[in-house]
Write a protein that binds this ligand. Structure first.
Ligand SMILES: [Zn+2]
Length: 342
């Protein structure tokens, strides 16, 4: 073992000396005079692809993607490369590209503004909140960009999903102009619908972001998914199923698989079950397993009710009373099976 480590160390050390000390060897590897390796015994290490840079209007752009896209590691950049510009030194981008890098943009979070068009713009551009994009409520061909995709916008606030938290750091925020809910005489929240042309804009934008940043279905979420005790947007009128069916965006479940789970619950009395600490703990654990940040207290507290409601906004929008029932349970089971946490 010791010998192997020592050999590896020497190989590593000599590579280090070559790569850091001799520009020529790295930048023109074809001129290397090293003897060919016996590939049967020693498979050749993967060659690093050559990095190509485009120079345009005094700015540099990466042209090649050297990393493994399946790991969501990627060196393609969608915009000019930001690097130091120094009077005395040259910053060189082509010698030592690192494979270990990924996009900051790993989530897409959808919101409604709960304001009209003009107020949405004022609040999102002049106050302490913002989003990367704003979908207006006009049937035109414009989508407003308010923040550079590479920078943080302040749209998520205190937030969490699965193992991640503080999602402003890792997300693109999209706000949609929509007036938000009002409560009716019974206290039920009534949400206004979105316009079809707004949904088409959202779909086109989200599709483009997914393709560029390789965002997984499990990371395309509503504000209420990542902050269920505080937020209701984009609400039950947001057509998640339509986005899934027509644009392959986000998560949805298979109806037959749901029915199979639902049929197991026909004799269950959920009102009684939800008074039992062990059962409530199981409900909380399942919600948490799927992604919601809810405490597994075994108590049916306000936070748990709101989390159930947030789950229904997204995945069972026909009935979003925050009351646990057979269909809500069945949908959650199918989703956990289909999108298992890693
Ligand atoms: Zn929001």
């Amino acid at each position: 073992m010791k010998l192997i480590f020592k050999t590896l160390y020497i190989i590593g050390l000599s590579f280090f000396i070559v790569s850091c000390g001799t520009k020529r060897v790295v930048s023109t590897p074809k001129e290397s005079t090293v003897k060919p390796i016996d590939t049967a015994k020693n498979p050749a290490p993967e060659e690093k692809p050559e990095v190509k840079i485009i120079h345009k209007n005094n700015e540099d752009f990466f042209r090649t993607n050297i990393a493994d896209i399946s790991k969501n590691d990627n060196t393609a950049s969608f915009g000019s490369i930001v690097s130091a510009k120094l009077p005395k030194y040259e910053v060189v981008k082509t010698y030592f590209p690192a494979i270990a890098q990924n996009f900051r943009q790993r989530y897409i979070i959808l919101h409604y503004t709960a304001l009209d068009h003009d107020k949405s713009i004022t609040v999102l551009t002049q106050q302490s909140v913002s989003s990367h994009y704003l979908i207006n409520d006009f049937d035109d061909d414009e989508i407003y960009q308010l923040v550079d995709e590479n920078k943080r916008a302040y749209h998520a606030g205190v937030s969490a999903w699965r193992k991640d938290s503080q999602l402003n750091d890792t997300s693109i925020g999209i706000e949609i102009v929509n007036s938000g809910y009002v409560k009716d005489s019974l206290g039920q929240k009534i949400f206004p619908p979105y316009q079809d042309f707004q949904i088409k804009k959202v779909a086109a934008l989200v599709k483009n972001l997914i393709e560029r940043y390789n965002v997984p279905a499990t990371n395309i979420l509503g504000h209420s998914d990542i902050a269920p005790t505080r937020k209701q947007d984009p609400g039950p009128q947001f057509p998640w199923k339509k986005l899934y069916d027509e644009y392959q965006i986000g998560m949805w479940y298979d109806e037959t698989a749901k029915e199979n789970f639902y049929n197991q619950t026909v004799n269950h009395d959920f009102t009684a079950l939800m008074q039992d600490a062990t059962y409530i703990y199981k409900v909380q654990s399942d919600l948490k397993k799927f992604g919601y940040d809810v405490a597994t207290s075994g108590t049916l507290d306000d936070a748990t009710k709101r989390t159930i409601e947030a789950f229904q906004f997204h995945f069972r929008p026909e009935k979003y009373d925050g009351i646990w029932d057979g269909e809500t349970w069945a949908i959650l089971q199918v989703l956990i099976q289909k999108y298992p946490p890693k």
